[in-house]
Design a protein around this ligand. Structure first.
Ligand SMILES: [Zn+2]
Ligand SMILES: [Zn+2]
Ligand SMILES: [Zn+2]
Ligand SMILES: [Zn+2]
Ligand SMILES: [Zn+2]
Ligand SMILES: [Zn+2]
Ligand SMILES: [Zn+2]
Ligand SMILES: [Zn+2]
Length: 362
């Protein structure tokens, strides 16, 4: 599968601080452990589209249907409101984002006709239902999603600073808006029952929601900023109570231990589930490409969380079969180069002199 073309261009922008591996850099102990070259298929990135047809993406978060940020399915919403007549536009559809937190929404105000047509628009169910002004009718339909799309083209997300933000902080007078993936990534409090978001500055108000804000482990609100929101069941968990991290990529689309499903096949059996050390998303060993026979004993990282600390290449750009070294921080190519270059004087050594210091520095 090589449908990852949209992922290649984006490795220059890095606003998220999810790079937990940066400090490990290249260890020079000369013992680079080979990590099994198995991986998930990365099927979330528009694998089902065929040739010329453009990939359908959400008119708010600009992610494709199989996004990892918990937005649920893409739905079509018809026009509910009067809106300016849209002239057909010559401008191309915006490219769907690559699901990286740095590519949520739109950098420039997208042309409305690219997002909406006379029959309506495509939006993730949860991107729609949390949006300001969207109402749920008695028969569970959502109204005014198109209005939200129109207002989103002018609204900047308080977290990622890109357009398409429609989820407003519930605190009175607060004008912060977020994309759905950024709601969680920003550490805001989210209530699934009331579809309410409270930004970090107003997170104290979550205590007024009583049990809604309690951690499922310790049964107390405790440190509100430490709470992770499960996009499956809506329960909250303190990161500390689960002994996991709370980085933006872990928070976005987070699923609690009860709800965790494989990101490749979605529901399915929960045996042989690998959990990524960096983003806390689950993958079946048998859904990886190539498949793994058993759970590895060392920490494992999914392809989207692998970044080479030497050349900057990202895991999604390399084939799933590519090998990684040093806890997924050195790519195959750089490892190969590293093992043939002296780590002290950087001169190419006789390939048979592996690592450590070559004869030229001694
Ligand atoms: Zn969306
Ligand atoms: Zn955002
Ligand atoms: Zn606020
Ligand atoms: Zn707790
Ligand atoms: Zn859950
Ligand atoms: Zn699976
Ligand atoms: Zn990951
Ligand atoms: Zn590299």
């Amino acid at each position: 599968m090589d449908e990852q073309k949209t992922n290649c261009e984006e490795n220059d922008s890095e606003p998220t601080d999810d790079n937990t591996t940066a400090k490990q850099l290249v260890s020079s102990d000369g013992e680079s452990k080979v990590i099994p070259a198995a991986d998930e298929s990365g099927a979330n990135a528009a694998s089902s589209n065929t040739s010329s047809e453009s990939v359908r993406a959400c008119a708010l978060c600009n992610c494709v249907e199989r996004s990892l940020h918990g937005q649920r399915e893409l739905r079509h919403f018809g026009p509910f409101s009067e809106r300016p007549t849209l002239k057909p536009s010559a401008s191309p559809l915006p490219q769907p984002g690559n699901d990286d937190l740095s590519s949520i929404g739109f950098s420039d105000s997208p042309c409305l006709t690219a997002l909406l047509d006379d029959s309506g628009c495509w939006v993730h169910y949860w991107c729609a239902v949390w949006s300001e002004g969207v109402k749920q009718t008695e028969d569970e339909e959502l109204e005014n999603v198109d209005k939200a799309v129109i207002s989103g083209t002018q609204r900047i997300c308080a977290y990622c600073k890109r357009l398409g933000a429609t989820i407003q902080c519930h605190a009175e007078g607060c004008s912060r808006f977020y994309h759905f993936p950024c709601s969680a990534a920003s550490g805001s409090f989210q209530s699934m029952k009331q579809l309410v978001l409270l930004c970090l500055e107003h997170i104290d108000k979550a205590e007024e929601l009583g049990e809604e804000s309690w951690c499922a482990v310790c049964d107390s609100a405790g440190e509100l900023t430490d709470l992770l929101f499960c996009t499956g069941c809506g329960l909250h968990y303190h990161a500390a109570c689960l002994e996991i991290g709370a980085t933006p990529i872990q928070r976005a689309g987070w699923q609690c231990p009860e709800c965790k499903v494989c990101q490749t096949c979605q529901p399915g059996e929960d045996s042989k589930m690998l959990v990524c050390d960096a983003c806390d998303k689950g993958y079946h060993t048998f859904c990886l490409q190539p498949a793994m026979d058993s759970l590895p004993t060392d920490p494992w990282k999914c392809r989207r969380c692998r970044v080479c600390m030497v050349c900057g290449v990202r895991g999604l750009v390399l084939p799933g079969s590519a090998q990684w070294f040093d806890n997924y921080t050195v790519c195959e190519g750089c490892q190969h180069h590293r093992s043939s270059v002296c780590c002290v004087c950087s001169k190419a050594a006789n390939p048979s002199v592996a690592l450590q210091c070559c004869s030229m520095c001694h």
